[in-house]
Design a protein. Structure first.
Length: 243
């Protein structure tokens, strides 16, 4: 049996690079716990020595992995965990590295919504959304702009209760993107309320939404009074969807 040699300079905290020596789990350089890569963020050193987030785990070079939460990444920056992992005192770590990851996750969220829209999984407009909720097939998720008025939210929440009753907690209510971000993702003006119907595009979008919420330490519940675990699933990357 041939054993692949460890690349020169690679420490136990680094992987072998994309597509090489894939393991079912990775070890977080902060918590030292082994987890699925789906629950973590990969980082690599850029050509200029800067530590760069690699959200899709595709960038070349050996990578260090951190649990996919803002708290863990902030801790990695504070404790100089990246310098130890890459065995380099010259590795440059931006103090706002967690914000860079959050921005990347928001971008992925907008792109996933655009793909869901292209797949015919998105309904927009208050009346159409309400009709979709109360229709025979129902909806897979409800979307509000983060700056949506309380009245519209309340009326659509009432429609969800009429349609789903006690099972309302299985319908995620998403309000993490602003009106402008929804407009950008959907290529339309003044999108305040939308709904997702069942389909592959919806599955991909909700996976990315839950990853973003987990990163920010927020529950993925359908209602503020729903159990925090409602609707929570592990993030599964479908990189081909994001090209």
């Amino acid at each position: 049996m041939n054993v692949q040699e460890e690349p020169a300079g690679a420490g136990p905290d680094l992987d072998r690079g994309p597509g090489r020596g894939r393991e079912p789990v990775r070890t977080c350089i902060v918590t030292r716990t082994a987890q699925s890569p789906a629950a973590m963020v990969r980082f690599v050193l850029g050509p200029d020595g800067a530590v760069v987030p690699d959200l899709r785990a595709r960038l070349p070079g050996r990578g260090a992995w951190v649990t996919a939460t803002r708290a863990a990444i902030d801790a990695a920056v504070k404790r100089r965990a990246f310098n130890r992992a890459f065995k380099s005192s010259e590795a440059r770590v931006a103090p706002d590295l967690a914000d860079q990851v959050a921005d990347g996750l928001r971008t992925d969220l907008r792109q996933a919504l655009a793909l869901a829209n292209k797949a015919g999984c998105v309904v927009t407009g208050f009346g159409k959304v309400e009709s979709a909720i109360l229709g025979a097939e129902g909806v897979a998720a409800l979307i509000h702009a983060s700056d949506a008025a309380a009245d519209g939210r309340r009326k659509l929440a009432a429609a969800l209760r009429r349609r789903y009753g006690d099972a309302i907690s299985v319908i995620p209510v998403v309000d993490d993107l602003s009106n402008n971000e929804l407009d950008m993702a959907l290529g339309r003006d003044h999108v305040i309320h939308a709904a997702l119907i069942a389909g592959a595009g919806t599955t991909g979008y909700l996976a990315r939404w839950r990853r973003f919420r987990t990163f920010e330490g927020m529950a993925s519940a359908s209602e503020e009074d729903a159990p925090p675990s409602a609707g929570a699933t592990a993030f599964v990357s479908h990189d081909d969807d994001m090209k």
